[in-house]
Design a protein around this ligand. Structure first.
Ligand SMILES: Nc1ncnc2c1ncn2[C@@H]1O[C@H](COP(=O)(O)OP(=O)(O)O)[C@@H](O)[C@H]1O
Ligand SMILES: [Mg+2]
Length: 251
């Protein structure tokens, strides 16, 4: 689904991502972990087209995408969520998801303005599809509630629904459990597994170790921009270098 080959990103003299290679197999959940400043968010920005890499190749479904713009990458079937929740003020949960669907709509801007029968029919379909996504993420009861007034865990679920509105083949999640309590984290963990069961491949950056170890098929460990380990969750937990980094962080 995704393959990184010797990907590199420099900010001035800083190697934020240094010669990183790994791949993500279709239908799996892969996680990227590492201490703060390890380069995790930068890596996501390179994959999703928010930043161009300094060097290296990124293949998505077999095609090179490095340096493409975010909307071009999204159109090929990749969606993402952000470390800080980005929902629109003054919009209901349903409307937030409908905005996600609209980026895929066929009726043009003019057609929408003129409220043609085609645009009206499409609007209805989008509303229905958005409701289905809210149901899938088990937050349909909040459809008409202003999204930014919801509890944090529910806002995360709205974000997931909005990302799924793009019909992605690959979903990038940047710290989905950030700011959530243990109950909300358990919920998100379950929802991410549900998304994988729908056939969507997931690449996740996360600080919460228990979440990562519970749901990942494979884990990549970054430290100062470099990949220092890539293995199953069981083996990563036994890896002496990984243990050293995380114990060092606790000190
Ligand atoms: N836009 C930027 N300009 C300059 N330096 C940046 C930029 N974004 C991130 N960095 C630096 O790159 C390193 C990796 O950051 P980041 O990818 O946010 O790490 P993580 O998400 O793992 O905490 C850090 O040293 C950070 O300060
Ligand atoms: Mg980050």
């Amino acid at each position: 689904m995704l393959e990184l080959q010797a990907v590199h990103k420099k900010f001035g003299g800083l190697h934020a991502v240094n010669d990183v290679s790994f791949s993500v197999n279709e239908g799996t959940i892969k996680s990227v972990i590492g201490p703060n400043g390890a380069g995790k968010t930068t890596l996501f920005n390179l994959i999703a087209g928010n930043l161009p890499p300094t060097d290296g190749t990124i293949l998505f479904q077999g095609k090179a995408i490095q340096g493409r713009k975010p909307h071009q990458v999204a159109a090929r079937g990749m969606a993402r969520t952000f470390q800080n929740i980005k929902l629109f003020h003054g919009m209901t949960a349903l409307e937030c998801v409908m905005v996600g669907c609209h980026t895929q709509s066929k009726a043009g801007f003019i057609s929408g303005m003129l409220n043609t029968p085609f645009a009206r029919k499409e609007e209805k379909a989008i509303r229905q599809r958005s409701m289905e996504l809210l149901q899938l993420l088990e937050i349909e009861e909040f459809a008409e509630v202003e999204a930014t007034s919801l509890a944090f865990g529910q806002q995360r679920a709205v974000e997931l629904a909005r990302a799924l509105a793009l019909n992605p083949r690959l979903l990038l999640l940047d710290e989905p459990a950030a700011g959530l309590n243990i109950y909300e984290t358990a919920e998100i963990s379950r929802l991410i597994c549900k998304i994988r069961e729908m056939g969507v491949t997931v690449l996740l950056v996360e600080h919460d170790m228990s979440l990562v170890m519970e749901i990942s098929d494979e884990v990549v460990v970054l430290c100062f921009g470099e990949k220092i380990a890539e293995d199953t969750p069981e083996n990563i937990q036994q890896n002496p270098e990984v243990i050293r980094i995380y114990l060092g962080e606790d000190e």
